[in-house]
Ligand binder design. Structure first.
Ligand SMILES: *[C@@H]1O[C@H](CO)[C@@H](O)[C@H](O)[C@H]1NC(C)=O
Ligand SMILES: *[C@@H]1O[C@H](CO)[C@@H](O)[C@H](O)[C@H]1NC(C)=O
Ligand SMILES: *[C@@H]1O[C@H](CO)[C@@H](O)[C@H](O)[C@H]1NC(C)=O
Ligand SMILES: *[C@@H]1O[C@H](CO)[C@@H](O)[C@H](O)[C@H]1NC(C)=O
Ligand SMILES: *[C@@H]1O[C@H](CO)[C@@H](O)[C@H](O)[C@H]1NC(C)=O
Ligand SMILES: *[C@@H]1O[C@H](CO)[C@@H](O)[C@H](O)[C@H]1NC(C)=O
Ligand SMILES: *[C@@H]1O[C@H](CO)[C@@H](O)[C@H](O)[C@H]1NC(C)=O
Ligand SMILES: *[C@@H]1O[C@H](CO)[C@@H](O)[C@H](O)[C@H]1NC(C)=O
Ligand SMILES: *[C@@H]1O[C@H](CO)[C@@H](O)[C@H](O)[C@H]1NC(C)=O
Ligand SMILES: *[C@@H]1O[C@H](CO)[C@@H](O)[C@H](O)[C@H]1NC(C)=O
Ligand SMILES: *[C@@H]1O[C@H](CO)[C@@H](O)[C@H](O)[C@H]1NC(C)=O
Ligand SMILES: *[C@@H]1O[C@H](CO)[C@@H](O)[C@H](O)[C@H]1NC(C)=O
Length: 688
């Protein structure tokens, strides 16, 4: 609104916005600042703040606080009441997602304001009041889960797993601005819709893919042997003869019992064989027998190197784990490697059970002003073991110890092995709910892309090893970091990346990565982003091998695989899986290992369309090969059952996959290299 003042006989004011025009009287514009209408005996009334009207600059007193929240325990009570108000409020009606976000926001505020001891106490009190929370913990009591006080009166428990202090750190960093509460409520409580994956701004991580990167180098005709071990879960507390079919996992412990049968480890329904059981971690003799029997199948001296894709730690309850136990398990594993494999190097990667609390891993930039890293001790520990075992150099040790337990090591001239800490994309790691819209909070994937770019420049090939797989059914890897990983794999495959190896599921599985569709990029304000779910399922680029576990948990046989690798391109040319049949473990005098299958023998016949030539003898079992196998699975239910059986290492406990729907879902999982793609399979929206 504006007004124009025109001068003349009378002052005329035009109000343009209301379009009113009229002459003002002299009285109406008389600027005398006291009242012109007499006020009798009353006070003079002033205009424009003159006279004794209080000035503009006066400050008024604050109200007295109604509730003096001036002590930590008052604040703790306040948050406790608020959180239950959110939990009980009818305001959210059936919107459990918004309710969860509100609760997580309150816990975030509590983490920011309360001393850690009060925050821990708050978690314990909430847990003790909410039956659902008690079900979600993995300790004898709420205080044993979140608190860190020893309590000798709880049998088989330290009394304090100490998760609360880590949760205080993680929750203090969460923010609504970066969708952290939504992401947390989706993954941890399953009450929010799946968050959209962010578009990946690929230029932040790597340059454009040159045409030359779309071709893998020519295979040679000579091969090397590489051993792939995964998921030992060696149980140094394995109790021979205890309840092996328990209802309070893990089984094969002195306290194991079966509530349905009313049995305990004194009168077990199924006694734990010294050599292993389906619902238990690996017994010492089962682990040792795998090495002892290897020489029945191949010459140990023929191994170029071994990869171990993580998880030596046992599945103890949180309050049974300790830093000392993890350190002990790690140490005896590396000593055992040395005993059986001698100086043959083992390239290992950190699994979610190789840290404490289980799966928790911190980014260095979580607290940049301070620089302290709550998990720094573990990165130092494992990096030191890898180095002391002679597997990585001092420079690589230093990098791993001070970053995220990741390293890149030239294993052979022409081959770089890059080991990632995949807990940094694992949904069970509380520290991943910080800045959820950033696909690389640790910087590890930026580092990976840099390593691969350097390999490309040198003409060197690379293997990526990690524990938690990037995709498959989407239940493990978070959407945004695994989407960025997918982009990195597409950029450097098949020319530079020669193989990807994971563990974690305990099963023998595959995961195929495909090229993107040409229309998968879009621009916002001049910046180009990649929609990583727009995949061209006709263009397979790379395959990840998920290695079978030594551990039989859950209902699998024990297994490992031997890879034949092209000596020049380092691509997998064939593999054999070896197993021990756990359903016979009570009848053994010593574990019996056998070959389960040879990949070419089983799958090569399915890799070429009828009429075309069979898969060439020296050609790698690459993404093109496995894509063709997955196509055949959509046509051939028998083949689906074969893959399904081998997934469990031919366990007698295998669940059948005899329907078209099951086959389609399985193929969808195989074709899902990221969390977003895997999650889409569940809704039937994914590829088949
Ligand atoms: C304004 O009002 C005062 C007090 O009534 C009077 O003395 C004065 O003459 C008036 N001025 C004009 C311009 O009318
Ligand atoms: C009203 O007061 C302000 C100072 O607060 C002064 O600048 C302005 O000229 C006054 N208006 C009249 C009509 O005296
Ligand atoms: C709110 O929830 C808590 C925990 O479930 C319960 O103990 C309490 O009685 C509830 N209060 C109301 C007013 O419903
Ligand atoms: C919300 O959670 C409550 C309590 O867990 C449950 O009974 C209800 O079914 C949930 N509502 C929806 C829409 O999922
Ligand atoms: C294990 O126990 C459950 C009951 O808790 C029973 O249903 C199942 O058949 C048992 N399995 C074996 C292998 O004994
Ligand atoms: C960072 O903070 C931790 C915890 O407050 C403290 O123990 C440590 O000394 C700090 N480190 C540095 C480098 O300031
Ligand atoms: C969160 O990530 C974005 C990039 O996605 C970055 O710009 C921002 O600085 C990060 N926030 C924090 C607190 O690190
Ligand atoms: C992208 O391209 C594919 C293949 O050409 C097409 O099927 C799809 O509809 C396109 N999607 C969009 C969003 O343009
Ligand atoms: C990415 O593509 C999917 C289809 O694959 C679509 O549903 C989604 O909305 C797209 N996301 C963005 C940010 O464009
Ligand atoms: C896989 O190997 C075959 C046979 O050598 C080759 O034709 C194909 O291009 C390869 N695929 C990839 C993705 O490298
Ligand atoms: C289906 O796969 C099985 C298992 O490999 C094989 O024996 C059979 O010949 C295949 N059937 C057809 C029609 O290809
Ligand atoms: C494992 O042993 C069970 C019981 O003897 C037997 O039925 C099954 O065929 C065996 N499986 C394999 C793969 O040898």
């Amino acid at each position: 609104m504006y007004y124009r003042l025109s001068l003349g006989f009378a002052t005329v004011i035009t109000f343009s916005s209301v379009n009113v025009q009229g002459a003002a009287t002299p009285e109406a514009l008389n600027k005398t600042s006291t009242n012109i209408i007499p006020n009798g005996e009353g006070p003079i009334l002033y205009y424009n703040g003159t006279g004794d009207v209080p000035g503009y600059d006066l400050v008024s007193p604050d109200p007295e606080p109604i509730t003096p929240l001036n002590s930590a325990s008052n604040l703790e009570d306040h948050f406790y009441k608020d959180i239950f108000a959110i939990a009980n409020s009818s305001a959210f009606a059936s919107d459990n997602c918004t309710q969860c976000i509100a609760g997580a926001q309150a816990i975030h505020s509590a983490a920011l304001t309360l001393p850690v001891s009060n925050f821990v106490n708050l978690l314990i009190r909430i847990c003790e009041a909410v039956p659902a929370a008690q079900k979600s913990i993995n300790s004898a009591t709420c205080s044993a889960e979140f608190g860190s006080k020893a309590n000798a009166s709880i049998p088989y428990s330290s009394g304090g797993a100490g998760l609360g202090a880590y949760m205080a750190q993680a929750f203090s960093k969460m923010s609504l601005a970066t969708m952290d509460m939504e992401t947390y409520c989706y993954y941890r409580w399953d009450v929010c819709p799946r968050p959209q994956s962010v578009g990946i701004e690929e230029s932040l991580y790597f340059d454009d893919k040159p045409g030359s990167a779309n071709k893998a180098p020519q295979s040679s005709s000579s091969t090397l042997n590489v051993l792939h071990l995964s998921d030992w879960h060696l149980d140094p507390r394995y109790d021979i003869g205890s309840e092996a079919n328990c209802t309070n996992p893990i089984c094969c412990r002195p306290y194991s019992l079966n509530e349905d049968f009313g049995t305990t480890s004194v009168n077990p329904s199924l006694p734990a064989s010294r050599f292993g059981a389906y619902l238990c971690d690996a017994s010492p003799d089962l682990v040792l027998s795998s090495f002892r029997d290897m020489s029945n199948f191949f010459d140990l001296d023929s191994l170029s190197f071994t990869i171990f894709t993580g998880d030596v730690g046992s599945h103890d309850h949180d309050d049974q784990l300790s830093r000392a136990l993890i350190e002990y398990e790690e140490r005896i594993m590396f000593d055992t490697f040395q005993a059986w494999l001698g100086s043959t190097p083992v390239y290992a990667t950190l699994g979610n059970h190789d840290s404490i609390p289980q799966a928790f891993n911190t980014q260095n930039d979580l607290n940049p002003s301070n620089g302290s890293n709550a998990m720094g001790w573990n990165y130092e520990l494992v990096a030191g073991m890898w180095h002391d075992s002679g597997y990585i150099t001092e420079e690589e040790r230093q990098f791993a110890a001070t970053h995220y337990a990741a390293y890149a090591h030239t294993a052979k001239e022409g081959l770089r092995v890059i080991s990632l800490n995949t807990d940094l994309w694992y949904q069970a790691n509380a520290f991943n709910y910080w800045n959820s819209t950033n696909p690389d909070t640790s910087g590890m994937l930026t580092w990976l892309a840099g390593e691969l770019a350097a390999c490309e420049k040198r003409g060197q090939r690379a293997w990526i090893i990690g524990h938690v797989l990037s995709g498959y059914d989407g239940s493990n890897a978070l959407i945004n970091p695994s989407s960025l990983f997918y982009s990195i794999v597409v950029r450097f495959s098949p020319s530079t990346i020669a193989g990807i190896f994971f563990g974690h599921t305990h099963q023998d599985q595959l995961q195929i990565f495909y090229d993107y569709l040409p229309n998968s990029t879009y621009a916002v304000d001049g910046t180009t982003y990649r929609n990583t779910t727009m995949v061209d399922y006709n263009k397979p680029l790379m395959v990840a091998h998920i290695g079978p576990s030594i551990v039989p948990l859950t209902n699998y046989n024990a297994g490992y695989q031997l890879l034949q690798i092209d000596a020049e391109t380092f691509e997998v040319v064939n593999k054999q899986v070896y197993i021990a049949n756990i359903s016979e473990s009570l009848t053994w005098t010593t574990p019996v290992w056998q070959i389960e299958y040879d990949a070419r023998d089983v799958y090569a016949m399915h890799a070429s369309n009828s009429g075309s030539a069979p898969w060439p003898e020296h050609a790698p079992l690459n993404a093109t090969f496995w894509h063709a196998v997955s196509e055949a699975m959509l046509r051939n239910q028998t083949l689906v059952e074969v893959y399904n059986l081998y997934e469990t290492k031919s366990s007698v406990m295998t669940k059948e996959c005899s329907t078209q729907a099951c086959a389609r879902q399985k193929v969808c999982y195989i074709r899902s290299g990221s969390g977003a793609l895997g999650k889409a399979c569940g809704t039937g929206a994914g590829p088949s």
